[in-house]
Design a protein around this ligand. Structure first.
Ligand code: KIV
Ligand code: ZN
Length: 386
């Protein structure tokens, strides 16, 4: 693998599915997993097998159809979780067990009521046990975002020595600032023995709206895997959005980092996940929102009609959107009206456009948006034929 490749670890079916009210059945999970494989994700986190018989079954069924991506199952640092995950993954071409434990002071004290040393022992035992089933073992240091860096480095070193292949550094509560998260990754790269033989992974939550920025800070500082979900769905404010990190790396070639994602499938994949989960995508969502390539102010429309790049940094076709939308509202100018009229068959002279534009503004003041049907009515009232 090239050192500049960032692996995409999709957890839509595990962390994403933890959203209240967004339960997926096995059939839906299979449809989504198949699409993720086609999209080119490196790892599909298919579920948390010990959590329920349904989740166990979904993970197993997913392993039977996925041929390219690694399929991963989550566990706690608990023997039975790991045994059950290994069983669920037994048909996987590339199985990975993802095990781990909380490492922040708050988790050690309040969740486990134990000591930092005992946490390391439990983590090591879990990694070694997972290694007895599969070669590829990822360790997560839950709440790493709020874990003291020196202690976190000791945890990581012990897990590398125990055989972990990937070290996941989750900002579980979405607390870190990008500089802080980037510095954490850098610190681990510089202070953990054996770190260069394993992959560092970013797993960021969006509680302060920084999940994407933190993940990018992580890879800029040496991490080579990003854990993310389609549409950024996930616990509370969600996870890092897959489509955002992928397009950031693509649009900023000077970072010299790339993924293997087929970006032309991003928009349809977003729609598919949204429909299956019954989870609507906000219109202004970056990359995949319905307004991401829509222009409604006259100044912007005029610019985009002259040259798309004046107001767009991404060619919509690159993410599977057929074209930019020129939305007609009371803020639209003559250029936008002429453009949309031409699209539905009317080639207007300058004089006609002046007349029609006045009537268009009357419509636009009454309605939020002037649609094709309205354009036909306006033209009819001026006896203009297509
Ligand atoms: O946010 C988190 O810490 C997690 C781990 C279980 C990987 O989702
Ligand atoms: Zn998470």
């Amino acid at each position: 693998m090239s050192d500049n490749k960032v692996q995409i670890f999709d957890t839509t079916l595990r962390d994403g599915e933890q959203v209240p009210g967004c339960k997926l059945n096995t059939e839906q999970k299979l449809i989504i997993a198949e699409r993720l494989d086609l999209l080119g994700v490196d790892v599909i986190e298919a579920g948390f097998p010990v959590s329920s018989p349904g989740d166990f079954n979904s993970v197993t069924e997913i392993t039977k159809i996925i041929r390219n991506s690694t399929v991963c199952g989550l566990t706690r640092a608990v023997e039975n979780d790991i045994k059950v995950a290994a069983e669920a993954l037994k048909y996987a071409v590339r199985p990975r067990i993802h095990t781990g434990i909380g490492t922040s002071e708050s988790h050690i004290k309040h969740k486990f009521n134990t000591t930092p040393e005992k946490i390391i022992e439990r983590g090591v035992a879990a990694v070694k046990y997972a290694k007895s089933f599969v070669e590829d073992v990822e360790f997560y240091a839950e709440d790493a975002g709020r874990t003291d860096n020196e202690y976190l480095a000791r945890v990581c070193e012990a897990m590398v020595a125990a055989g972990a292949t990937v070290l996941n550094i989750p900002d579980t509560t979405g607390y870190c600032l990008p500089e802080e998260y980037g510095a954490k990754i850098k610190y681990l790269r510089e202070n953990v023995k054996g770190i260069h033989n394993v992959t560092l992974s970013c797993h960021c939550h969006n509680d302060l709206g920084l999940a994407t920025a933190n993940s990018i800070a992580g890879v800029v500082n040496g991490a080579r895997q990003i854990e993310c979900t389609i549409n950024g769905i996930g616990e509370r404010a969600g996870n890092t959005a897959l489509e955002e990190v992928v397009m950031i790396l693509k649009q900023h070639p000077y970072l010299d980092l790339h993924t293997d994602i087929n970006t032309k499938l991003l928009y349809n994949t977003s729609k598919m996940v949204s429909e299956n989960m019954g989870m609507f995508v906000q219109p202004n969502k970056a990359i995949v929102g319905s307004n991401a390539f829509a222009h409604s102010s006259g100044i912007h429309q005029d610019g985009v009609i002259k040259n798309r790049e004046t107001y767009e940094i991404i060619d919509p076709e690159e993410v599977g959107v057929t074209e930019s939308a020129i939305v007609l509202t009371a803020r639209s100018g003559r250029a936008a009206l002429a453009y949309r009229a031409k699209k539905v068959g009317y080639e207007l002279t300058k004089l006609q456009l002046d007349d029609v534009y006045k009537e268009f503004l009357n419509y636009a003041d009454r309605k939020k948006e002037v649609v094709d049907q309205d354009i036909h009515k306006i033209m009819e009232s001026f006896d203009i034929k297509p």
